[in-house]
Design a protein around this ligand. Structure first.
Ligand code: ADP
Ligand code: MG
Length: 599
């Protein structure tokens, strides 16, 4: 039997550190929050090697009294609350009193701090949470905390860290959020000696936004300013033509704190209703101010998920605030334009399914009709119907006149007959005693992917008109630190200043309107990390998807025949290792059974 041990404080802190500081970016977040809580109006963040070897945050805030400096690094030490009642009216960023103790337990920390009433400041160094030196020091009012060698004594954490660029891009996300959430504070961010961002701190949200995303975008956004039952919603939102391929440009703040909230996302996107294409997300920056007692931010250790005591009223406030902003803008026509529908990638690595030829509906085999038919097919169809445009379209069977399949030269073809296309999305095939449904986008995507893998590089086309694209600061730095990945994916990209890029060549066969999405998608892929092979594989999928025929797109019989012949004869296409099925089969017996012709 093992005996029960009470863990010593060092071990407890190291465990707690895992919750608070997951990576360098989380340490940066905690330090900036502390500076803001200390009333700083100027903050400088400097990092080296993605923050892994060095992070320094300097502020002009209140400073820490010489007699209190050791206390600041003890667990559960905070100047922000003294008992549980304070939690209800809390407006500060931190209150758990665990950031400094956690960070210092897994790094080397140098502190330099001075309050304005003290003549001298204090300098103190800690290693693994233990004070190794402390003395008086001459320094300006405010606090500087430098962290080096993060996770030096927790190898498991250290090994979990990604490449410098990846960690740096997480930090740049954190700094971006802090800048936008605190327009009254001037924040400067320097990474490996280069000034990446600088906000003026003049109180203007638009100016703060511009220092992260560039002046052009900041000026194109519409202002939100709305009061609803004691809730104030302010911010900036983009009209539909600025919509993005992901939600990276959606930031929500509650009482100045960056949060995640499904309620806010849903309400805000609802305000755009059918104006947006499928797979497009509006640019949103919303700041919600309300009585702190109506929120609960203490739900998650990293304090990101927020809960409201009345989610419904928040939903209404956000919905009306956003709708008001986009409808009162002078670009109403744009908003009313009926969007076309597109579909996003079928690449879903987490849902990897066992290799299978077709989803088989042979009633001889013990298949559960409810489970498979309803889930796989009805769901797919329903999704199509939910899309606003698809709804209006009739079941458009293509001309199924003389569709007797000719044998093509390239592949030995099993005999089949193209019956037509439904929902402009699926091809219906009759082959022997079965009916097949083929997903046109999935097949084409798979064909493209195989071709890319075979040739190692994506075939590139020079654009007649070079495309100019605005990226976020983070995306911009990811693109330029990984130009070779983009080159291999068929892109030729040049810097155009202020986070703008010029695309001179793009993957052959890709729509111009998809270029921006693809570039951003690849930057997301790189950012999310993984080894080079994984990154390349997912990037290939992204390009393959964008090059593919979309769902809700009418194709002619020749195209159907081509896609069907590959889908039915090329094993490497049929047995897609990553995504959804490409072909679904219904046996004649199965169909007859449904009509009770046989039992
Ligand atoms: P919390 O922020 O939850 O109170 P921390 O561990 O982050 O806990 O900080 C502990 C305490 O150290 C804070 O409550 C504050 O009193 C002090 N402190 C930390 N950073 C600063 C700073 N930049 N300026 C002034 N005081 C600070
Ligand atoms: Mg704190």
């Amino acid at each position: 039997m093992s005996r029960i041990n009470v863990l010593d404080i060092e071990t407890v802190n190291k465990i707690a550190a895992g919750e608070v500081v997951e990576r360098p970016a989380s340490a940066v977040k905690e330090l900036i929050e502390n500076s803001i809580d200390a009333g700083a109006t100027k903050i400088t963040v400097e990092i080296k090697n993605g923050g892994i070897s060095y992070i320094r945050v300097t502020d002009n805030g209140s400073g820490i009294l010489s007699g209190d400096v050791e206390k600041a690094f003890l667990p559960h030490s905070t100047s922000k609350i003294s008992d549980i009642k304070d939690l209800e009216t809390l407006y500060t960023m931190g209150f758990r009193g665990e950031a400094l103790s956690s960070i210092s337990s897994v790094s080397h920390v140098d502190l330099l701090t001075k309050t304005k009433d003290e003549l001298y400041g204090t300098s103190m160094s800690l290693e693994g949470g233990k004070v190794v030196s402390k003395q008086e020091a001459g320094c300006p009012d405010g606090t500087t905390i430098a962290i080096s060698n993060l996770f030096y004594n927790t190898p498991a954490r250290f090994n979990f860290l990604k490449k410098d660029v990846t960690e740096a891009s997480h930090i740049s996300d954190v700094v971006s959020r802090m800048i936008i959430g605190n327009p009254n504070v001037s924040i400067k961010y320097i990474s490996s000696g280069r000034e990446v961002m600088f906000s003026p701190g003049n109180g203007s949200l638009r100016d703060a936004y511009a220092s992260v995303y560039g002046l052009e975008l900041a000026n194109a956004l519409k202002e939100v300013n709305y009061d609803y039952e004691g809730i104030k919603v302010t911010g900036l939102v983009g009209l539909t033509h600025l919509a993005r391929a992901n939600r990276n440009m959606q930031d929500f703040y509650v009482n100045g704190r960056w949060v995640k909230s499904k309620t806010i996302i849903h309400a805000a996107e609802q305000a755009y209703k059918t104006m947006l294409m499928v797979g497009k997300y509006p640019i949103l920056l919303l700041n919600i101010s309300l009585d702190a007692s109506k929120t609960d931010v203490n739900v998650h250790p990293s304090k990101l998920e927020i809960k409201f005591s009345d989610e419904r009223v928040i939903h209404s406030a956000v919905f009306w605030a956003v709708q008001n902003a986009i409808l009162s803008s002078d670009k109403v026509k744009e908003v009313e334009d009926k969007p076309k529908v597109s579909i996003t990638s079928t690449y879903t690595p987490k849902q990897e399914r066992p290799k299978q030829a077709f989803l088989d509906f042979n009633p001889e085999k013990p298949v559960n009709f409810d489970e498979i038919f309803k889930k796989e097919l009805v769901d797919i169809f329903k999704k199509q119907e939910e899309k606003p445009v698809a709804k209006q379209k009739e079941m458009a069977f293509a001309d199924s006149g003389n569709l007797e399949m000719e044998q093509t030269k390239a592949v030995p073809v099993t005999e089949f007959k193209v019956i037509g296309q439904i929902f402009n999305t699926f091809i219906i095939i009759q082959r022997g005693q079965e009916m097949l449904l083929i997903d046109q986008h999935a097949v084409h995507e798979r064909i493209n992917y195989n071709e890319i893998v075979k040739n190692a590089k994506v075939k590139s086309q020079v654009l007649l008109m070079p495309e100019s694209i605005l990226l976020s600061a983070t995306e911009h730095s990811v693109v330029f630190q990984n130009l070779s990945v983009y080159a291999d994916m068929g892109f030729e990209i040049e810097d155009f200043g202020e986070n703008n890029i010029i695309v001179r060549s793009a993957p052959d066969g890709i729509d111009v309107s998809d270029i921006q999405n693809t570039i951003i998608e690849i930057s997301d892929i790189i950012k999310s990390g993984g080894n080079t092979e994984e990154i390349y594989d997912r990037a290939r999928f992204s390009v393959a998807c964008k090059k593919a025929i979309k769902a809700n797109h009418k194709i002619d019989v020749k195209e159907m025949e081509y896609l069907a012949s590959v889908a039915l004869n090329d094993d490497s296409v049929r047995t897609c290792p990553h995504g959804r099925p490409v072909v679904i089969s219904f046996s004649r017996q199965f169909i007859e059974k449904q009509f009770k012709r046989i039992v």
